[in-house]
Write a protein that binds this ligand. Sequence first.
Ligand code: HEM
Length: 446
Amino acid sequence: MVRTVPTHTVPPGPAGDVDMALMRESPLDFITGLARRYGDITRHRADGDTVYLLNRPEYARQVLKDNGANYTKEGTPDDAMLRPLLGNGLLTSNGADWARQRHLTAPAFRPSAVRTFDRIVTDATAGMLERWAPAVESGAPLEVDEQFTALTLGILTHAILGADIDGIGEGFGRAVDAVNRCIGHYVPDPDPDPADTARRYADFGRARTFLNTVTRTLIASRRAGGSGGGAGGNLLDTMMSADHLVSDEDLRDQVLTIVMAGHETTAKSLTWTLYLLDRHPDELAKVREEVDRVLGGRPPTAADLQDLPACRRAIQEAMRLYPPVWLISRRAAGPDRIGGYDVEPGTLVCVSQWVLHRHPDYWDAPDAYRPDRFDGAALPSHLYLPFGGGDRICVGQHFAMLEAVLVLATLLQSVRLELVEGFPVEPEALVTLRPKHGMTMIARPR
Ligand code: HEM
């Protein structure tokens, strides 16, 4: 008997189109449900698209790294959301254009380059603690999620533009806020309140014009031979000196992209870390003991990072449980085969950190907060992806880790953050994974 071998196979998944309203209401439950019910590679139809969800590290690796050239960001939902706002910067570009931009940007983000920003981070954190002093004294609650967003934005602005931005910094912060509101409230469906959307987009337009004007002025002054300002130079100077042929327009796109990609994510990792440490006093005690022993009360520097492994692990484990970027999507340019299934060109292929980071086949007690998992033991490639993987791995990952560890160590030297009794904490998967109701905590003096 001649057996016919199927020439076209598709992964298991729900029949028919999924209910978009349901999916948007609870995307984390939706993708977790798909993985539990249908396994390591699933298929569904949504919004006219065929979508594969890949739930094994080797499949993630195939799409992000080994066969990464076959997968583009073009035409993904992320692209539709970010491109109108960020143009064709490093986060949104593809192919040769992306490679050129990455080449331009990467030197500014090398570990040796970002180390020079340690003082900016610790000074900004000390400034925040000073502003917190009345609340620390009175026990008044603080919206720490918002506090960390303002902190990381201030740090990044300073790091990009240098120290000579007095007066501009505040306006810059307000403009970024307007852009954030636009991105944060992005709804792919028709907006229930179009007037509100129009207002946000108008704010965004003004903000972008402001950011572009500031950046253009700074670039012009650098080109004219002005100093970069600040002790250790800044990211804009480094990018400018990386390649003299780079255009002003490129630099403007990069500045906006880096600001938008680089502060909210780091703020979320800090928010979730402080929340988890509060819920796990034993782990908090370990981190505090390390901070006290290594620093003896002085501000941390980049040179201390290697001696603060417990701080780093506390953050890594928080990003496992609450990955600030919870989903990566790509579109297949050409055909591929993953896990024995055909991938047709045009298929939307997704990898979710939320699913992989809690996959019961790979992690013991996947929902438990255990920073010691990151004690140096090797993990399967592309299982833990807070910063993504392959060529398009986060260009700012060293900056982010330096910043997060230094902020955490500085904070723990002077306060203990306690969640307000009964405060509801629930993750919400928007552009980043944020606490739905914010994070209201009380800063107790140590
Ligand atoms: C904890 C903090 C951060 C997290 C969790 C994070 C996460 C990520 C992830 C997952 C990607 C890959 C997205 C994809 O493949 O589709 C990415 C890309 C990127 N990130 Fe980050 N990021 C963080 C901090 C930063 C910082 C501090 C900066 C800049 C200062 C930055 C700038 C970028 C840029 C420009 C890209 C695009 C890189 C490219 O496509 O070549 N990120 N980030």
